[in-house]
Every structure is written in C-alpha cells, then in structure tokens.
Design a binder for this molecule. Structure first.
Ligand SMILES: Cc1cc2nc3c(=O)[nH]c(=O)nc-3n(C[C@H](O)[C@H](O)[C@H](O)COP(=O)(O)O)c2cc1C
Length: 196
C-alpha cells in the first residue's frame, strides 16, 4: 500500500463547504495521514524537521486547498519555502523526495469553461499550477495531474455527495500499489480518469 500525506490549507475551515466535506470523506482512509497546516501552525512557525519527517514517511504527497487569487492560501507557500530545503529536497545532496509522487487537489469558484483561452480566467488550470509541477521536477518527484473541483458556488448538496465518492475513489486508486499511475499521468485532470 502506498502511504498518502494529505496536506491541506484552508484559513477558515469552519466556513468551508467543499474542502471540509472532502476531507471528512477521506479522513479515515487507511494509510492516509491528514495534516491541517493552519491548525498545526496558527502562528505560521512551521516545524521544518517535523514536516520533512512526515514527507519521508509517505509515498504520495497531496496539496489540497481552495484556489485563492490563482494560487494557494499563504501558509502553503510558507511551507514550500521552509520545508523543501536545499540539501533535503534539491541540490547535489538533496534527494530525500526522489521517486515520490505529488498531486494538487484544488477547488475553484470559477467554472471549468472559465479556465481556458478566451474565458474569464484566460488560462487553463495547469498553467497556474506550473510552480508545483516544476518544484516537483526539481525535487525529482512525479507531479500527477490535479484533482480539480470547479464552480464550487454552484455545487448542490447532491453534487457534494458525488464529489465525496470520487474523492474516496481517488484515494483507493492512489494507495493501491498494484495499480500503476502511468495511465493517469496522461490525463489533464485525474477526475476524468475516475469517471471513465
Ligand atoms: C480570497 C479568495 C480568493 C479567491 N480566488 C479565487 C480564484 O483566484 N479563482 C477561483 O476560481 N476562485 C477563487 N476564490 C473562490 C474559492 O476558490 C472558493 O470559494 C473555494 O474553492 C470554495 O471552497 P470552500 O467551500 O472549501 O471554501 C477565491 C475565494 C477567496 C475567499
């Protein structure tokens, strides 16, 4: 079984409709560790050694967050800046993350069609995620296609229930060592693969 570290960043989880539902859905999945960055570090003083240790103990790292200003809530940037140190994550002697996999799970207010050339948000989602993709390249990790929930404001209760089912399916797929992940690497969003 692959071990999954679900790092999530939501500054007001009590007010979250979508991320909180998703996390509740998968919280008890065997082999998955949920790690709430705002709860762990309300003052932003990230325990770098502890975070690095957590990374070492898992095979797949998920960064889950609502999309805020085409990016992530601030603590996730702080986490990247401090935890992915030279000599640990990259550099001639930094190979601790080599061979691990990573994935973004994001929720956007914008609808799917708005993230396209000519749409309200002008660019496809994967262009906004390039810093994650290239950070993974630098750290010799494989960046899997993202799981993206679009149009969060329009999502009905039934839609959220279906989303929870999909999110559980995703975790089952990721943790099963007998399933190769090369195939999902060819999709734009992992959501597509789950519903094929
Ligand atoms: C500060 C802030 C910035 C946001 N920026 C974006 C954005 O750049 N693109 C987008 O599609 N939605 C944006 N949204 C909408 C959120 O992504 C959306 O409300 C969130 O994904 C819903 O998830 P939740 O119910 O877990 O909070 C923003 C919302 C806030 C509060």
């Amino acid at each position: 079984m692959r071990k999954i570290l679900l790092l999530f960043a939501h500054p007001i989880l009590q007010k979250s409709r979508i991320n909180s539902a998703m996390i509740d859905a998968v919280r008890n999945v065997e082999g998955l560790t949920t790690h709430n960055l705002y709860e762990e570090y309300p003052d932003f003083f990230i325990d770098v050694k502890r975070e690095q240790q957590l990374l070492l103990e898992h095979d797949i790292i998920i960064w889950q967050h609502p999309f805020y200003w085409y990016s992530a809530p601030a603590i996730l940037k702080e986490w990247f800046d401090l935890v992915l140190e030279h000599g640990f994550a990259y550099g001639s002697e930094g190979e601790a993350l080599k061979g691990k996999m990573a994935m973004s799970v994001i929720t956007t207010g914008g609808k799917k069609e708005s993230y396209a050339t000519g749409g309200l948000n002008s660019y496809p989602i994967n262009q906004f995620l390039l810093p994650y993709e290239q950070s993974c390249n630098l750290c010799q990790m494989t960046y899997l296609p993202p799981f993206v929930v679009h149009g969060t404001h329009l999502l009905s209760e039934r839609g959220i229930d279906l989303l929870k089912v999909d999110y559980l399916k995703l975790m089952a797929l990721l943790k099963d060592k007998n399933i190769g992940l090369d195939e999902i690497d060819n999709t734009m969003f992992v959501n597509q693969y789950l519903n094929e």
